[in-house]
Design a protein around this ligand. Structure first.
Ligand code: TYD
Length: 199
């Protein structure tokens, strides 16, 4: 089972991914669950992207190519081997992040997805945390002295709009504004539902 956790910065997705992994490890054992994230720290493309958060973003086409190559590396080195062993893989961000943050608008997001999807595998479940932009910005400013280059208001606004446009049975939307415990329980119900459909 392959789960992606998505949402704008400040939506609580990293907290959810971590707590979801911890809960599933409690229930199933540490050898059955892998928690991972994008951009990775593993590939040269991922490391370059992490650096760009602090030092300034790459030109758009280069940025897209970096996220895509880092994702292919992530799939080959981490995600596919774990899935082949029957593990549950939880990734904090996946392809919807590239659509949300790199596409200019909804049509561009769709075109980007069509171009990248043939090389990717689809998650069984995408947990999408939704939150008002103002709340996200407040949380970000509480967490850090300065926003990174991905965390500007207009970037988050467009990202939220693109996330909202994504369609398909694999998406489950949850309210990221609730307490972490409430978000976790709401996410777990979606995971249980999917696990049952799997068996
Ligand atoms: P994030 O998960 O927010 O990292 P951290 O937990 O360190 O804050 O990811 C870092 C940034 O990368 C985030 O602001 C969004 C951006 N990003 C993209 O723009 N496109 C992508 O495809 C991915 C995976 C991330």
């Amino acid at each position: 089972m392959f789960i992606a956790v998505e949402g704008i910065d400040g939506s609580g997705k990293s907290t959810l991914a971590r707590e979801l992994a911890a809960r599933l490890i409690d229930e199933l054992g540490a050898d059955r669950v892998v928690l991972t994230r994008e951009p990775t720290e593993l590939s040269p493309w991922g490391r370059r992207l992490r650096k760009s958060e602090r030092e300034g973003r790459l030109p758009r086409d280069e940025e897209i190519a970096h996220f895509h190559k880092d994702r292919l590396f992530h799939l080959d080195e981490i995600i596919k081997p774990a899935l082949a062993l029957g593990k549950i893989v939880i990734t904090d961000r996946y392809v919807d992040s590239t659509l949300a943050y790199q596409a200019h608008d909804l049509a561009d997001a769709e075109a980007l997805y069509r171009a990248m999807a043939p090389e990717l595998i689809e998650p069984d479940l995408v947990l999408l945390l939704e939150i008002p932009i103002a709340t996200a910005l407040m949380r970000i400013s509480e967490a850090r002295a300065e926003n990174t280059s991905f965390e500007r208001e207009e970037t988050l606004r467009r990202a939220a709009e693109i996330y909202a446009s994504r369609r398909g049975t694999r998406y489950r939307r949850r309210d990221g504004g609730q307490a972490p415990q409430v978000v976790l329980e709401a996410a777990l119900s979606a995971v249980q539902e999917r696990l049952q459909a799997h068996n």
